[in-house]
Design a protein around this ligand. Structure first.
Ligand SMILES: Nc1ncnc2c1ncn2[C@@H]1O[C@H](COP(=O)(O)OP(=O)(O)OP(=O)(O)O)[C@@H](O)[C@H]1O
Ligand code: SF4
Ligand SMILES: [Mg+2]
Length: 356
């Protein structure tokens, strides 16, 4: 499987960009572990305002043992998509499937599902109860799901897997007695204790110092290698995606606008939005930063045609006109991308260039 260096080594994007080559993805034939098909989530607008199309027609597959990074700027719908994949939000349209079977929203079925697909949240301080010890925090999930006779061993095992060793030393500690990185490991142990197949991590390192980020990312990679875990990692940080993901899905205003193997997307992106995101990465050495103009995107006012057209530098520069696609950019919504692994971009200009 193409992907980042596994194990402990987290490679800075600046070094890795020059080392990696854009290799084609291996075709994926197996049924994805977790999958969204035509998924849409709308939130009612306040005081007669139009509804917010937070997720607006998304196909996305996560394969067995695959780490997919979902990237995009604030408000593009990443958390809403993640919550819908976890069954915490009901889609307005489309289907979430687990191991090829559509998700049932009956409470018993959802409980069983949430054992298999675990959420790891952004803010370890906020997601741990300050009055619960580490032991109680990790055992809580087991107890919610009916308990386990070997609770103590399972809690110890989960803490050790999350890198808190020897685990017994942490049992009686409270969150305020831990560092930010240790708290994040406790949150991860709380997910691991249920032996999930998939982890959905929403900005798992956003609140951590740079030095601790690498350790937590290395931990997620090790869990993938040791336990065969799949993961959807939500982030607005493309550098993080580079270090951890096999595949990247770039989201803009409720839609996946580009997806493919991490090497392809971060070394040779096709979509002008991905190019703009990458150009402002300090490590990217990709020439002049592209500062996106226009209003910040609003999911209750999705532009017609290509939803990015009001901010697109390719359209603004006249390059789309030269390629003969400018009118389509403004009137024709590019086709929704397939959820599977191959490189794809929802862009008329990229398609015209590929044909030329
Ligand atoms: N419960 C809700 N009711 C109404 N609108 C909502 C609700 N939840 C999210 N939204 C809107 O849906 C859009 C997508 O929000 P979401 O939280 O999914 O974005 P995000 O990509 O996770 O952003 P961030 O990077 O800031 O976490 C936003 O415009 C947000 O205001
Ligand atoms: S379809 Fe047109 S407007 Fe949209 S990203 Fe491509 S070039 Fe820009
Ligand atoms: Mg979010």
């Amino acid at each position: 499987m193409p992907g980042p260096s596994s194990g402990e080594g987290v490679v800075p994007i600046s070094d890795a960009v020059t080392e990696r080559t854009a290799e084609p993805a291996e075709p994926r034939t197996a049924v994805p572990v977790l999958s969204a098909a035509g998924l849409s989530v709308r939130f009612a607008g306040r005081r007669g305002a139009p509804p917010a199309r937070a997720v607006d027609g998304v196909h996305l597959d996560v394969g067995a043992g695959e780490i997919v990074a979902l990237v995009g700027e604030s408000g593009c719908g990443k958390t809403t998509l993640a919550r819908t994949l976890l069954g915490l939000e009901r889609p307005s349209a489309g289907t979430v499937s687990y191991a090829g079977r559509p998700l049932s929203y009956r409470s018993r079925a959802l409980r069983a599902y949430r054992r298999e697909v675990q959420l790891v949240l952004q803010d370890p301080a906020g997601s741990l109860n300050p009055r619960h010890t580490v032991y109680e925090a990790v055992a809580e999930g087991l107890r919610i799901h009916g308990g386990a006779a070997d609770e103590r061993e399972r809690v110890a095992d989960a803490l050790a897997r999350a890198g808190l060793r020897p685990p017994e030393r942490f049992f009686l500690r409270y969150p305020h007695e831990l560092s930010g990185g240790q708290r994040q490991r406790v949150v991860i142990a709380g997910a691991l204790v249920l032996e999930p197949k998939v982890i959905v991590a929403d900005e798992p390192v956003a609140s951590l110092d740079a030095s601790v980020r690498g350790e937590i990312l290395a931990l997620l990679l090790r869990l993938r290698d040791e336990l065969g875990l799949s993961a959807l990692v939500v982030t607005h940080d493309l550098g993080l995606a580079w270090n951890i993901a096999d595949r990247v899905a770039v989201m803009y205003l409720g839609r996946i606008v580009e997806t493919g193997p991490v090497e392809k997307i971060l070394v040779a992106p096709e979509h002008p939005y991905t190019q703009a995101l990458l150009s402002v990465l300090p490590e990217a050495r990709a020439g002049i930063p592209v500062v996106l103009s226009g209003e910040p995107p609003d999911p209750s006012r999705v532009p017609p045609g290509c939803r990015f057209h009001v901010r697109c530098p390719i359209l603004a520069s006249g390059a789309a006109e030269e390629a003969g696609v400018a009118e389509r950019c403004q009137t024709e919504d590019p086709a929704i991308l397939a959820g599977s692994g191959e490189a794809q971009a929802a862009c008329h200009y990229a398609a015209a260039r590929a044909r030329a």
